[in-house]
Design a protein around this ligand. Sequence first.
Ligand code: NAD
Length: 462
Amino acid sequence: MFETRNPAKSGQVIASYSPNSPAEVNAALKVARTAQRIWAEQGAASRERTLSAFVAALQDRAEDLAEAITMEQGKPLGEARGEVAKSLSESRFMTAQILAPIGEVMPSARPGVRSWTMRRPRGVVAGITPWNFPVLTPLRKVMPALAFANAIVLKPSELTPKAALIIENCARENLPGGLVQCVIGGVEVGRALIGDGEVDAITFTGSVEVGRGIYRMAAENLTEISLELGGKNPAIINDTGNLDGCLDQLFNAAMICAGQRCTSISRIIVAEPLAEAVIAGLARRAEAAVVGDGMTDGVTIGPLISAAHRDKVAAYVAAAEKDGARLVTGGLPDADRGLDDGYFYLPTILAGVRPDSRIFQEEVFGPVLSITTYDKFDDALSLANSVRYGLSSSLFSERQEVVERFLAESQSGMLHVNHGTTPDSHMPFGGIKDSGVGAPSVGRSAAAFYTTEHAAYTMPKA
Ligand code: NAD
């Protein structure tokens, strides 16, 4: 058995779980295999109706899902409600894809031969997800898997299984049995799920280090893989006619989920003349933030996921200061703030961060914004691109030539001009470099991972 605890009140146990044994994981895969065949035989219109009912059931449990997120993960309840709403919006889009065109009719090279491409479901998909978005990330795998007529066995993070089990429950009540199953536990359960080559595709969201190991395991069995990994996302502030609007967006993009988002902005790269105003504006916003228990009204930033993670964030900040950065505001809360019960870290602004500092290069996954200045836009671009990640990037500029260069040269999967890093529910989501492997998820490109493509040649007679 293992327990989850409220990261805002470390003494409060939220739930106890018994991890699944390898034999139980295997049994789940067998059930999924049969369920998938039956699901794929249904007509697309019937699958669309069934999935719509599933999404409606999730909508009915929206408040339970949001509370499960806040209790185990810690983000403010309003933010958790936003996560659920976004997940449902993506889910509706994926449901509609069931009836969208798939495949192409091609010009025929030979008279009388019809040449066309078609797609088939992969079969049984394994999904492994992290703790920072306990509803969004699981549904981002469950929905495209089902929409393209697959079955899925999901292993949610052992730190946040509660919401995934609500999703499984809605599936049990609204979908054919065995199409969506959760297996619960940590590394061992993840290994049991993907180690034997029993699944047809693996979709993993998590850290680069674990992703690398999973890529190796998939290679051993030549299993199709999608990896959605970390980020070290830059925002370049070159020029703006609305500095307050720019800083509002960037502060939010950095601090939502206490900075524990793969797409969090963590590096501000600012033109030297704007630096002083940017530092002061971000510090004002950090000091106005309300840090506390996510279930309390008015709280804007919740705790970090664990004591170990909070200590890791604090160590990154201490090392940056050693490298010469200036702590403008933030750090560990003082004892008199009444935050001792949880794993809190204040929104932190670091100025004068050196590009060779670890905090500039590595994913911190906390509420910490580093600020580095530049003279020429060339330098801004090379600083932005100087990390191994390539997930999301942002530019603030109203100059056409600057925008065009950013769009052509910024090394990231998602590019934002004059706004933060919030993605749409129907757009591809994914990164390049160490931030991901395989086609982006969400949107129409999900078909590339969740289906196999076939070339078909047909003649009326031999
Ligand atoms: P993690 O890599 O430690 O764990 C992710 C999942 O993998 C968990 O369910 C864990 O139990 C499982 N796991 C760990 N070792 C395993 C193994 N050897 N075999 C099989 N499964 C294993 O990540 P985390 O700490 O839960 O999440 C934070 C990371 O996730 C950050 O790096 C963040 O950037 C990344 N992330 C990426 C995206 C994206 O879409 N690109 C989204 C959210 C989070």
